[in-house]
Design a binder for this molecule. Sequence first.
Ligand code: DHB
Ligand code: FE
Length: 280
Amino acid sequence: MARITAGLGCSHVPAIGVAIDQGKTEEEYWQPVFAGFEKSRQWMRQANPDVIFLVYNDHCTAFDSSVIPTFALGAAAEFEPADEGWGPRPVPVVRNHQIMASHIAQSLILDEFDITVMHEMQVDHGLTVPLSVVYGQPEEWPALVIPMAVNVVMYPPPTGNRCYNLGKAIRRAVESFDEDLNVVIFGTGGMSHQLQYKRAGLINREWDQRFLDHLTTDPDGLAQMPHIEYLREAGSEGVEMVMWLVMRGALDDEVVEVHRHYHVPASNTAVGHIILENKG
Ligand code: DHB
Ligand code: FE
């Protein structure tokens, strides 16, 4: 059967993708950001997942205000990169495990998580930047990717608790798929950042670090955190962090934190990253 062996949380700051694409990773500003991902790249080589279940948010690329699915699962054969701002990144097309994605769609819906199933979808920096930081610039992505887009862009986003419980349902879906596959789940977004209005530029290091502590050791407690705390403490875009709870929900209650990286600044945000392994 398929198994989720580990989870990876990662910021998806678009400027990080641009730094990779334009060969700027050794520049003074970016060097400390990328130094913290060196261990992650080694870890990925060793973990060598067959499939990445990648939880991220779309930033008005695949969706606009005419349709806002709360949870959208990618069931297409492949997903073309596209983006706002800097435009589509020069990265490989993202290939799906389509049979597994269909199984997960069925399992989630029958498990009472009424997700939207996407038979066509473009993917933006929310999905491609975390792949680039762990894989660099390969010709093809080394793993198949099942994308799940979560609405955190337009009110109302799902609660942290809903995301955490969705993670548990994703685990049940993966573990009922009858093929021996090593699956790693990603949660992207965060850390603290606010891109607009009076509090633009907000960064809250202490809160971010506490979030990472609790993600590892007290996910049940963290799942109870209300949206207003994310907004107040981590800024309006800090609410992206509810997606890390989907990742955490898909792991064991007790996990091993094998790596953490935190750096300020990168563009307008704090960069946060964590790798959690199941013990079994
Ligand atoms: C920035 C960060 C994000 O997470 C995002 O989606 C867009 C922009 C930024 O730092 O500029
Ligand atoms: Fe974002």
